[in-house]
Design a protein around this ligand. Structure first.
Ligand SMILES: Cc1cc2nc3c(=O)[nH]c(=O)nc-3n(C[C@H](O)[C@H](O)[C@H](O)COP(=O)(O)O)c2cc1C
Length: 215
């Protein structure tokens, strides 16, 4: 049944093009250019990305997280350090990130090594989060089995009580950021007839080298 409509679902692309000459020699500058363009069209969802990690069973696993910072040294997201993804990352500290900016007909893929961001950086970001999210970070044993929704609601109430006489809700030590330091970044621009443009940057002896890949 799905075949009837899935086979017919396709979109032709043609908004822009990409060449080795047109991209910036520094992939982070190129990323910033694309990210700013995506912010204009995708607004608060431009920072949505798929984070892929390697499971203990050697099966890759992906999930959506939000990009919260980027700079020359890489890309940062925040999560629970006891979550499934965090356990995977502590065991195998490498990951990839995939951005899809539909309205730009663009994809960016990044891969590299993962490290925890310094505690004081996580503290700073945690303070900026809305109250509900700060409480949620304390309340949710992310990725663990829980009996029902009420369990979560009760945990939230307990956390609210615990901190009701305090002005600040501190960051739980099991919640914080991870930095992905890239060794490869690929920029993909949709083109007509599936003949897309792909320019990839590889870090070779500390220098970024670009090449064009077949779509
Ligand atoms: C739009 C969106 C944004 C999300 N942002 C985050 C995030 O920044 N950090 C996070 O830990 N989980 C985020 N999640 C939830 C994750 O996709 C995932 O369910 C959760 O982190 C547990 O994953 P794990 O069991 O593989 O550790 C987001 C989900 C969606 C759909």
């Amino acid at each position: 049944m799905a075949k009837d409509f899935l086979h017919g679902m396709r979109k032709d692309y043609g908004k822009d093009s990409l060449t080795k000459a047109s991209v910036h020699p520094d992939p982070m500058v190129q990323f910033e250019e694309w990210f700013k363009a995506a912010m204009k069209t995708d607004g608060d969802e431009a920072n949505v990305l798929t984070l892929s990690t390697l499971g203990e069973d050697q099966i890759p696993e992906g999930r959506i997280v939000l990009l919260k910072f980027y700079a020359e040294d890489g890309f940062t997201f925040y999560t629970n350090y006891t979550s499934n993804k965090a356990k995977q990352l502590e065991k195998h500290p490498y990951a990839s990130m995939t951005f899809h900016w539909k309205s730009q007909e663009r994809q960016v893929r990044v891969k590299g090594a993962i490290t925890r961001v310094p505690a004081e950086i996580s503290d700073e970001y945690f303070k900026e989060r809305p109250m509900g999210s700060r409480i949620g970070a304390w309340a949710s044993p992310q990725s663990q089995e829980i009996p029902n929704r009420e369990f979560l609601d009760e945990r939230v109430e307990e956390v609210q009580k615990k901190f009701e006489n305090q002005n600040e809700i501190p960051r739980p030590d099991y919640w914080g950021g991870y930095l992905l330091t890239p060794v490869r970044i690929e920029f993909w621009q949709g083109r007509p007839s599936r003949l897309h443009d792909r320019i990839v940057y590889d870090l070779v002896d500390g220098q970024w080298e670009t090449k064009r890949l077949a779509p």
